[in-house]
Design a protein around this ligand. Structure first.
Ligand code: BES
Ligand code: MN
Ligand code: ZN
Length: 454
């Protein structure tokens, strides 16, 4: 019996629900919901949610649809049929939590979703629910950071958030480099891009270092807290959403914290170059030649190609100083990501087939889509510059590919162990969509948590 004034969700396929399903409009389609009129003797709203093929993705859609079907003020009771697989319950719980996200709650509070799972075998699901909770909480954090207006979210503010999150977790440490130190160490790309803003740049280095670790994974995330395009200024529509240009940084920070929360036996260093790409008398100019961290020079014809300059410094630093086994960067790097693949799919680049497969599998399990695009060796010549070692933004089409090739130049002998995810397109949702809430999606957190857990 359901408690008074609660909503019941029957998700699944036992006899009773199967009977109810026969009357549903679209029986069983993943994410289809039907809200039954309140039956007389049951003081609850009843929602039937379809789970499709009853795999993790189907249950995730059902969870998201169910939580949307009831008012936020009402507690949700989910009646689980017997024999549902632990993975499916992970999907269900992630779907519920991800779809229940509201940015306003982060600012105004309180933030609570009351969900009860009713099952005859609770012990079966503890690990799944723990993984789902950590993954969803990390995704919420990435969404909070990305949805935050850029007037608040300058590089210093972002770095402070990371310091505060790290402070609550044993085994996690953080180092923040300020401009003076960036200058002393030669982060020329980051200083050039950040030079036009009244809010100076930062480099955040977050570490999770468990004793049992056998691998060291370096994660790099683009952290442009606002991208005006600089002097090569964007148009009004192109600039409107550019507070999201730190979505890569948000995702790798959140995923690293999640790895600590799950006590994963893998060493992680997360590096986020943070800068605001602004228009001012101290902004870098089209045609400037900048010296990157590795000492090579870049001709910057278009100040709107800023992401690759800040990432180049950090990638070169990572391979020279951190002895990584794998380097993965996430970046809202190009509008061309959406041109090639549309709004929900990131572009994956790597020379390493095994790494590609591992990331693709992690993304598929997590419900985040990516598609591998090539890194053609013979396109590298387009990066040629007459006055510097290379050119930041050649006009040859294939913008996402060219940006990836530019980054690859800074990986040195680790280039084979590197993957780049251009996640410009899937970093934002125009409307509520299954487990996504309108606004920042936190794309990448779920994929990285799965990848790091494998
Ligand atoms: N942050 C943008 C890319 C972007 C565009 C992300 C739309 C999300 C949505 C990036 O810094 C940029 O401006 N890229 C340029 C590169 C060009 C100047 C070579 C682009 O894509 O137009
Ligand atoms: Mn730009
Ligand atoms: Zn940008």
């Amino acid at each position: 019996m359901l408690p008074a004034d609660s909503s019941g969700v029957l998700a699944g396929g036992d006899d009773e629900t199967a009977e109810l399903f026969r009357g549903a409009d679209e029986p069983g389609r993943a994410g289809a919901v039907q809200v039954l009129p309140r039956p007389l003797r049951i003081p609850a709203r009843i929602v039937i949610a379809g789970v499709g093929a009853a795999d993790e993705a189907g249950w995730r859609s059902a969870g998201a649809a169910a939580v949307r079907a009831v008012p936020v003020t009402e507690p949700l009771n989910i009646l689980l049929p017997d024999g549902v697989a632990p993975d499916a319950v992970r999907g269900l719980a992630e779907g519920v939590w991800l779809a229940a996200y509201r940015f306003r709650d982060a600012v105004e509070g309180p933030r609570s979703v009351e969900v009860t799972l009713q099952t005859s075998t609770p012990g079966t699901y503890h690990a799944s629910l723990a993984a789902a909770r950590v993954t969803a909480a990390a995704t919420w954090l990435a969404r909070d950071l990305t949805n935050m207006p850029a007037s608040v979210k300058n590089p210093v503010w972002f770095a402070d958030q990371v310091v505060a999150e790290a402070a609550t977790r044993p085994g996690v440490s953080v180092l923040v480099r300020e401009p003076e130190q960036l200058r002393a160490e030669g982060f020329g790309g980051l200083l050039a891009v950040g030079g036009g803003s009244a809010s100076p740049p930062r480099l955040v280095e977050l570490s999770w270092r468990p004793e049992r670790a056998t691998r060291h994974i370096v994660l790099v995330g683009k952290g442009i807290t606002f991208d005006t395009g600089g002097l090569s200024i964007k148009g009004r529509t192109g600039m409107a959403l550019m507070k999201k240009d730190m979505g890569g940084a948000a995702a790798i920070i959140a995923a690293t914290l999640a790895a600590a929360d799950l006590n994963l036996p893998v060493r992680i260093t997360a590096l986020t170059p943070l800068a605001e790409n602004m228009v001012s008398g101290s902004a870098y100019r089209p045609g400037d030649v900048i010296t990157q961290w590795d000492g090579t020079t870049t001709e910057t014809t278009n100040s709107d190609a800023e992401g690759r300059l800040v990432l180049a410094d950090v990638l070169a630093f990572a391979v020279a100083r951190l002895e990584p086994d794998v380097v993965i960067d996430l970046a809202t790097l190009t509008g061309a990501n959406a041109v090639a693949l549309g709004k929900r799919t990131a572009a994956l680049y790597t020379h390493d087939d095994a790494l590609a497969q591992a990331l693709e599998q992690a993304g598929a399990a997590a419900g985040e889509r990516m598609w591998r695009l090539p890194l053609p060796e013979d396109y590298v010549e387009y990066l040629h510059s007459d006055i510097a070692d290379r050119h930041s933004s050649p006009a040859m089409g294939a913008g996402s590919v060219v940006a990836a090739l530019f980054l690859g130049e800074f990986l040195g002998d680790r280039v084979e162990s590197w993957a780049h995810l251009d996640m410009s397109a899937p970093s934002w949702a125009e409307k509520h969509e299954s487990d996504l809430v309108k606004g920042a999606t936190g794309w990448g957190v779920r994929t990285l948590v799965r990848y790091l857990s494998a």
